[in-house]
Design a protein around this ligand. Structure first.
Ligand code: GDP
Length: 198
């Protein structure tokens, strides 16, 4: 898929104020500093697109971009907390949880994980919660250029091992990316194109 047109739509504080259009959503989320803005800029080939989401007052909002007049790229607030299981939901950004659990347009969430780090509790807890909602997602390992492919792969294997007990039959899809080299960009776009077709 080629990204031809990118337009900022809106910043929504909650599910009720998300766009009412029928366009499907593809959302991006991850721990602060995971490389989300860089990845969104690399995907759209717009240098400062995700900056919109970093403007004061917007970092806690759900930022919607319309791509090719056809789908929404949704830049979700980064998480920076530890308790996200269903019982401890209050500690999670309530609007984001509500969006992920209940937004009908949402077709896939790209969950960003830093490939330079061993499995982080915060990511695992978030994934466990996300898995419990039944929302489809893909794991996107970021910053792969920062170390050798072998080391990145070792962290990915550790991560897979941690989550295998939750998905004994089929692990979620995994894409390895670098916003510096552009690696993985086409894989993300291919997932979106495939999902739009099905
Ligand atoms: P965000 O907080 O998740 O939006 O993260 P940013 O996109 O702002 O990136 C955080 C830091 O990681 C910045 O210093 C980026 O330059 C750096 N970074 C992001 N993506 C990559 C990448 O693919 N490779 C490398 N080497 N650095 C990256």
């Amino acid at each position: 898929m080629k990204i031809i047109k990118v337009e900022f739509d809106r910043s929504s504080p909650d599910l009720a104020s998300c766009p009412q259009s029928l366009r499907p959503d593809f959302a991006f989320i991850g721990r602060s500093n995971v490389g989300k803005s860089s990845l969104i800029n690399a995907l759209t080939r717009k240098k400062d697109l995700a900056k919109v989401s970093d403007l004061p007052g917007k970092t806690k909002l759900l930022n919607f971009f319309v791509i090719n007049n056809a789908w929404h790229l949704v830049d979700l607030p980064g998480y920076g907390f530890a308790k996200v299981t269903k019982d401890q939901r209050a500690d999670f950004n309530e609007s984001v949880a509500d969006y992920l659990d209940n937004r009908e347009n949402l077709l896939c969430v790209f969950v960003l994980i830093d490939s330079n780090l061993p499995p982080q509790r915060i990511d695992l807890q978030f994934l466990e919660w996300l898995g419990s909602t039944g929302t489809p997602f893909v794991l996107v390992f970021t910053k792969a250029d920062k170390q050798s492919a072998v080391k990145a792969q070792a962290n990915i294997e550790l991560f897979k091992k941690e989550i295998t007990p939750w998905w004994p039959d089929e692990l979620p899809g995994i894409i390895v990316t670098s916003s510096k080299t552009g690696d993985g960009r086409n894989d993300i776009l291919a997932v979106i194109a495939e999902t739009l077709k099905s």
